[in-house]
Design a binder for this molecule. Structure first.
Ligand SMILES: [Zn+2]
Ligand SMILES: [Zn+2]
Length: 127
């Protein structure tokens, strides 16, 4: 792949470009697939047609919307659906929604267990 900042060819696993010192996918000036010049607003490379990856911009919206988090916390089914929708395209979002879904399930289970204990307690002492 190529550094998106300076266009130098680098290995796939390189985390910081040895030429310019920027994280390779945090730049917007070159295509990561062919190294051609790109502009920050470009979604696809004009030269090779590759989908341009911009980690810097993606970071800002890595977190799922609050409403989606709340929904998946209250209704884990929603979280699971959102997870499957997002996990191919937006793994970061999917991850965060996954955490909220697990949190919601755990919270539900605590309430459930509490309900059983409470029910057992009141049944034992109630009558
Ligand atoms: Zn570079
Ligand atoms: Zn390209």
């Amino acid at each position: 792949m190529f550094c998106r900042e300076c266009g130098m060819e680098i290995g796939k696993k390189v985390k910081v470009c040895p030429n310019c010192g920027v994280k390779p996918l945090h730049g917007t000036k070159h295509c990561q697939a062919c190294g051609a010049n790109t502009k920050s607003k470009h979604e696809l490379c004009k030269n090779c047609g590759a989908q341009l990856i911009t980690k810097g911009a993606a970071l800002k919206e890595e977190n799922a919307p609050k409403t989606a988090k709340a929904a998946s916390f209250c209704m884990p089914v929603v979280g699971i659906i959102l997870f499957f929708i997002w996990h191919a395209k937006e793994p970061e979002k999917a991850k965060s929604i996954c955490n909220w879904t697990i949190g919601g399930v755990a919270f539900g289970m605590i309430l459930y267990v509490f309900g059983i204990v409470w029910g057992g307690f009141s049944a034992a002492t109630g009558y």
